[in-house]
Write a protein that binds this ligand. Structure first.
Ligand code: F6P
Length: 550
């Protein structure tokens, strides 16, 4: 650390050593690495909790791993990690602690933010959520007309939507199947319209989830939902209390909106939006899966937290995954990272990780405000693997880009599938293993020729291979395993932000668009003169008004 802050990453000897090592490796081939090391698959496998992680199909040697760990040590990853767990204000630009790990700590833990042990409050909210969730699930909590709640509509956006929506899909097999759960986020009225069009207001509960309770999309949708409810019931404001609950850090705004703060589930400014679905933001999820499963999920998170906090560097899986991302992003110029789950239930998993990773590490100044001179967070993308195979895997296999990928799969399908569908599981997983193999080892021109392929087609049918993947396997997608997976990625993102010396916990980059949208809206609705519109945008606004018939 120098007087102005941490030394520049690209001037650190550990960084330079990695660059030199990369140059020495030249064009490493997975085929060669595996041929040279018969033990590689076993040696490059780690386990954390229920997760089995194979990282043998990476363009690395023992020396690479050593140098990456030295980089982590030199950049103070462990020190920043410990500061995070201790509740220090490592979110420097907002002056906040970063304590999502406290949300899943056992009741006996002592974790302080601003000198206050936050654990009792965390558990008090969990208990309040559990009581409420049980009442809704059992039918004890009724709507204004005395009918039981059949549908829960979560209204939120970003971290207040993606987490509960993703986890609801992931754990669908564990949900209350006699109830429906819907997630509305988009300010496009079509989202709310489609969510509500076949619902009975008398049986509908809205969970308004917003950390700040000022987010325009959420407040607009919540206001429209309230009007829909009151119109549908033909009732007055007093009906709101039985049909609207809020999840927020902002009691004042919740009350201003007209929701009784007795029906508010609290969380705290030391929980980032994209790290919040294990807080009260998970209320609709808890109603869906029940408090018991929610607690199992928290235990899964906690298990990986403890691993990250205590495991030695050589066995520390989030550290390893974070460093591998740095290896490719900074030393191979990889621009993106694909997350490819082989599970229908993980259909929203990658979308969730997009916010987690890209909102955290999409930064171009360091923690001291200096422009960074190195690549930071990758573009994270992907959909469930089998569908991707028939869409974009072509580019993964034969395109020109390096795209490291994670393949995620489970040994068992969820328990309530019909026997015929259970049998399909081996085919699903055969695809995962086949893709890992094809991406890594490809097919050489000689192998293609040996199949009798005409010479002019050989280049087209050759697979270069050498595409790095991590394979993550678990027995089944249980609540605990979901918690373990999410915590794994949270800490991976943390590691990368720490090495790059960026603040992974702010998100100033979303502000400008919000501000301009507010400014431009009157131009669309009333044709108001909006100062400062650039010529292109002004022309687009004029065209919009014309097309809109205004
Ligand atoms: O605009 C980005 C963001 O602030 C995210 O970080 C957050 O998850 C989302 O908006 C929703 O914010 P809120 O929960 O305050 O409505």
């Amino acid at each position: 650390m120098n007087a102005e802050g941490r030394s520049r990453l690209d001037q650190m000897p550990e960084w330079t050593a990695l660059g030199a090592h990369r140059a020495r490796l030249g064009d490493p081939q997975l085929r060669d690495l595996f041929a040279q090391e018969p033990e590689r698959a076993g040696r490059y496998t780690l386990r954390v909790g229920d997760l089995h992680i194979d990282y043998s199909k990476h363009l690395i040697t023992d020396e690479t791993l050593l140098l990456l760990r030295e980089l982590a040590a030199a950049t103070g990853v462990a020190e920043l990690r410990d500061a995070m767990f201790r509740g220090e204000k490592i979110n420097v630009t907002e002056g906040r602690s970063v304590l999502h790990t406290a949300l899943r700590a056992p009741g006996s833990a002592v974790i302080e933010a601003d000198g206050q042990n936050v654990v009792p409050a965390v558990h008090a909210v969990l208990t309040k959520m559990a009581t409420f969730a049980d009442r809704v699930r059992s039918g004890d909590w009724t709507g204004h007309t005395g009918r039981r709640i059949r549908t829960v509509v979560n209204i939120g956006i970003g971290g207040s939507d993606l987490g509960p929506a993703m986890a609801y899909e992931a754990l669908r097999a564990h949900t209350h199947r006699d109830m429906q759960f819907r997630f509305v986020s988009n300010v496009d009225g079509a989202d709310l319209h489609e969510a509500l069009r076949d619902l009975d207001p008398a049986e509908t509960l809205f969970v308004i989830a917003s950390k700040t309770f000022t987010t325009i999309e959420t407040i607009t949708n919540a206001t429209s939902a309230r009007a829909w409810l009151l119109d549908g019931l033909g009732a007055g404001e007093d009906a709101v209390a039985q049909h609207f609950v809020a999840v927020s850090t902002n009691a004042e705004k919740v009350a201003e909106f007209g929701i009784d703060t007795a029906n508010m589930f609290e969380f705290w400014d030391w929980v980032g939006g994209r790290y919040s679905y294990d807080s009260a933001i998970g209320l609709s999820l808890m109603i869906a899966i029940g408090p018991e499963h929610f607690r199992e999920m928290l235990a899964g998170f906690h298990l990986v937290d403890e691993h990250f906090r205590t495991a030695p560097a050589e066995e520390n899986v989030p550290l390893l995954l974070g460093l591998l991302g740095i290896w490719y992003g900074n030393f191979f110029d990889a621009q993106s990272h694909a997350v490819l789950p082989y599970s229908h239930y993980l259909s929203k998993f990658t979308a969730y990780l997009q916010q987690l990773d890209m909102e955290s590490n999409g930064k171009s100044v360091d923690r001291e405000g200096r422009p960074v001179q190195w690549q930071t967070g990758p573009v994270v993308w992907g959909t469930p693997g089998t569908n991707g195979q028939h869409a974009y895997y072509q580019l993964l296999h034969q395109g020109t880009k390096m795209i490291p990928a994670d393949l995620i799969g489970f040994a068992r399908p969820v328990e309530d599938l019909a026997p015929r569908l259970v049998a399909q599981h081996d085919l699903l997983m055969a695809n995962l293993f086949a893709q890992g193999q094809a991406l890594a080892f490809g097919k050489t021109p000689d192998e293609v020729r040996a199949e009798g392929v005409a010479e002019e087609l050989v280049p087209h049918r050759t697979f270069r291979g050498n595409h790095p993947t991590t394979t993550i396997l678990a027995t089944e997608l249980s609540p605990s395993v979901l918690g373990q997976l999410i915590a794994l990625y949270e800490h991976k993102v943390f590691v990368q932000g720490a090495v790059w010396n960026i603040d992974s916990f702010d998100q100033w980059g979303v502000e400008l668009g919000k501000l301009l949208a507010r400014r431009v809206e009157p131009a669309l609705t009333d044709g108001a003169e909006v100062p400062g519109l650039d010529a292109s945008t002004a022309a687009l606004v004029a065209t919009y008004r014309e097309l809109r018939g205004r």
